[in-house]
Design a protein around this ligand. Structure first.
Ligand SMILES: NC(=O)c1ccc[n+]([C@@H]2O[C@H](COP(=O)([O-])OP(=O)(O)OC[C@H]3O[C@@H](n4cnc5c(N)ncnc54)[C@H](O)[C@@H]3O)[C@@H](O)[C@H]2O)c1
Length: 248
């Protein structure tokens, strides 16, 4: 029996990297998956691939930081698939700048895409999950939320916010059978990571006990666990697959 059989899942940022891997794994485990991304061509490709393997998927174009496009996207999900059981808030961005040189726009956009999106998307699914007495909200933070990093103050602040957001929401929802948890990966070989300046990546990898970035397949199994019945005792947890960068 597939562990997500009959579940309805939303994965944001499903057009690339970790979101793509999670969406494909969810569909392989029997979930119907709505793939949300601002890059519609990318999510169309992922959704066609899932359907080609016999899975159920729809793709929706939306900016997860936008208060109009998010409710619109989730009403499309409800109309096509039904009330959501599992939400993976994965979409995120990364940029680098010293704080003293950072523009207000760079700061605001980071918080908008990485943190405001958690609020906008989670708010859309809670009533439906409460109605079912079951739900899973899985939020992508980062190991940098624990550790910090130069030139990424805005990114680290957004991801620290994700951890606190998830813990507080976990308290609000556990009585309704809904768990909320965070994923805190170390460097993972995706387009987002490869866009970081090479010098930064080389220094990071030299300091990593594992000596290399992780790959998508080293993150997906933990997301599957949290999304399934087997993950029911994880409440407000931060899951740390980071090659030993932060040993907690
Ligand atoms: N790759 C890493 O090393 C790493 C490490 C720790 C945490 N993370 C986190 O994991 C998540 C996924 O990262 P990834 O490495 O797969 O990145 P990625 O760049 O490969 O994929 C991100 C996806 O999100 C989409 N996206 C970006 N902004 C969006 C918006 N405003 N609205 C809708 N979609 C949007 C992009 O189009 C893209 O398809 C992010 O939250 C990231 O911060 C990544």
């Amino acid at each position: 029996m597939s562990i997500l059989q009959g579940k309805i899942a939303v994965v944001t940022g499903a057009g690339s990297g970790l979101g793509q891997g999670v969406a494909q794994a969810f569909a392989d485990e029997g979930a119907s998956v709505a793939l949300i991304d601002q890059d519609i061509d990318a999510v169309e490709k992922v959704s066609e691939n899932i359907k080609g393997r016999g899975g159920i998927a729809i793709s929706i174009e939306a900016d997860v930081g936008n208060e109009i496009s998010v409710p619109d996207a989730f009403s499309k999900v409800r109309g096509s698939l039904g009330e959501v059981d599992i939400l993976v808030n994965n979409a995120g961005i990364d940029t680098t700048s010293l704080l003293e040189d950072m523009s207000l726009d760079l700061w605001d956009n980071m918080i908008r895409v990485n943190l405001r999106s958690m609020f906008l998307c989670s708010r859309e699914v809670i009533k439906g999950m409460k109605g079912k007495g079951w739900g899973r909200i899985i939020n992508f933070s980062s190991q940098l939320a624990h550790k910090g990093a130069p030139t990424m103050v805005h990114y680290c602040a957004s991801k620290g916010g994700v951890l606190s957001f998830s813990r507080a929401l976990a308290y609000e929802l556990i009585d309704y059978g809904i768990t909320v948890n965070s994923i805190c990966p170390g460097p993972i070989d995706t387009p987002l990571y490869m866009d970081i300046p090479e010098e930064w990546r080389a220094a990071k990898e030299r300091s990593l006990p594992i000596g290399r970035p992780g790959n998508v397949n080293e993150v997906v199994p933990t997301v599957l666990l949290l999304a399934s019945d087997g993950g029911s005792n994880y409440v407000g947890a931060s899951m740390n697959m980071n090659g030993g960068d932060v040993m907690v």
